[in-house]
Design a protein around this ligand. Structure first.
Ligand SMILES: Cc1ncc(C[n+]2csc(CCOP(=O)(O)OP(=O)(O)O)c2C)c(N)n1
Ligand SMILES: [Mg+2]
Length: 436
């Protein structure tokens, strides 16, 4: 990659700063957030490339599509010049559009007081869905807050997604005992979200270890662990990457891909406060993993990087740590107001790098979408959400006895007594249930 396509300043590129007290010192390097001017202009380089083989892979951002959907460097050796089949690109776009419609609608619902909380993936749909698309259904996902769309992409019903947001009697994720957005499905190998940051990584290492013991290489189910940039400051992050590198059952690397959506904010803390490293991806090398940095707003680029990482992990290669650079264009959650701590003019520029617009424009250049298709897709997605919502909202709350289920195989006597006391009280005053 030439200097003109490099999107982060190389370490030490600035002149050393002299201080009166100590002579030359290293310049401060808050580089983990790419400079937006450069990010908008970034090109692409030869791929697949990973650290440690190619250190540029953790500083540059791999990208296939320009923001206008044109292909940066079509490769005649690859299908469509991009390495991605039209069916795959279209399938990703459909879910991305669906997730956008869902997020918009659910944010509105929360403001009306109809659900208690929501965490949207707006602007991060490519980073989310393309990562999920790189997997097979037998693979496992340990998601963070933004990855709910992966479960939908795997085929989980919209009904179940919405029931989880209401925590009603149809909530199969947590049977009404969690905040909204804590989706989970045993059938789809999607482990229920834990709110606690970075827990996904040690758990993903454990799942990958189990897969390695149960299945023979070179065709093992892979485990995807997901976190955000803020979670890289947690102790669990370091413990997990250490274990990921050193655990080699049967002499093979774990079937594991650790994925990080660097949306550049952890609520009000910018990514520069999480690390002084030039990128998050470069941390991979420090733990003996392979790593790469990808444009998270480019679905084709994310898919290509993740497919390469997944293939290596499946076959018995070294596990990967992948950073997808994106931006949280909305609030952290419905409990947050970003106008209080960041420059929303920057947000506007990131909105112009919309991943849905980019992928739809690419599919238009392929002739897969004709004018009006993208808009129709969005309308259909919104109609589907509204219609399902109207039905799901009619489902009543879960039975209060569910509070006592699913923790103990044999309910202890003290808990059984509490359950009986609650039943007796509700029988005496039926309206007391559910705060009515
Ligand atoms: C261990 C822990 N500390 C603090 C919190 C409160 N908290 C919830 S989300 C969040 C920020 C997460 O930021 P990031 O990891 O970048 O993910 P993002 O929300 O940006 O996707 C914090 C501090 C938590 N859930 N867990
Ligand atoms: Mg973040």
């Amino acid at each position: 990659m030439t200097d003109s396509t490099r999107i982060t300043e190389p370490v030490g590129a600035r002149a050393p700063v002299r201080t009166r007290a100590s002579g030359p010192v290293q310049p401060a390097l808050p580089l983990s957030s790419p400079r937006l001017d450069d990010f908008e202009q970034a090109g692409t380089g030869p791929f697949p490339r990973f650290v440690p083989e190619d250190t540029a892979a953790c500083l540059d951002v791999f990208r296939v599509l320009r923001p206008d959907g044109t292909v940066i460097a079509p490769d005649p050796a690859l299908e469509n010049g991009t390495g991605v089949a039209d069916d795959d690109a279209l399938a990703m776009l459909r879910t991305m559009v669906r997730v956008r419609a869902l997020d918009d609608r659910m944010l509105g619902l929360q403001r009306q007081g109809r659900i208690g909380f929501y965490g949207a993936a707006t602007g991060q749909e490519a980073a989310t869905i393309a990562a999920g698309h790189a997997l097979e259904l037998r693979d496992w996902v340990h998601p963070a807050l933004r990855e709910g769309g992966i479960l939908l992409h795997r085929g989980w019903p919209l009904w179940s997604y919405l029931a989880a947001c209401f925590g009603n009697a149809d909530d199969t994720s947590t049977r009404g005992r969690q905040m909204p957005c804590h989706y989970g499905s045993r059938q789809y190998n999607y482990v229920t979200l834990s709110s606690v940051m970075a827990t996904q990584y040690p758990q993903a290492v454990g799942t990958a270890y189990a897969m390695a013991l149960q299945h023979a290489a070179p065709d093992r189910p892979v485990c995807l662990g997901c976190i955000g940039d803020g979670a890289t400051s947690e102790g669990d992050f370091h413990a997990a990457l250490t274990f990921a590198g050193v655990m080699r059952p049967r002499g093979l690397g774990l079937p594991l891909v650790l994925y990080c959506q660097n949306n550049q904010w952890a609520i009000s803390t910018p990514v520069e406060r999480q690390t002084a490293a030039a990128s998050l991806a470069m941390k991979a090398a420090g733990y003996g993993l392979i790593g790469a940095r990808v444009d998270g707003n480019d679905a084709l680029a994310v898919l290509r990087v993740m497919r390469a990482a997944v293939a290596s992990a499946r076959a018995g290669g070294v596990p990967a740590f992948i950073e997808a650079v994106t931006y949280r264009v909305g609030a952290h959650s419905t409990s947050d107001d970003p106008t209080r701590y960041r420059d929303e003019a920057v947000t506007q520029r990131w909105k112009a790098l919309d991943p849905i617009v980019r992928l739809a424009a690419y599919l238009a250049t392929r002739g897969v979408l004709v004018p009006g298709d993208a808009e129709r897709m969005a309308t259909e997605a919104d109609d589907e959400v509204r219609a399902t919502l109207a039905q799901v909202e009619k489902v009543g709350p879960p039975p209060i006895e569910w509070l006592f289920d699913d923790v103990y195989a044999q309910v202890p006597a003290a808990l059984a007594a509490e359950r009986e006391a609650l039943r007796a009280r509700l029988a005496a005053a039926p309206g007391a249930a559910h705060g009515s």
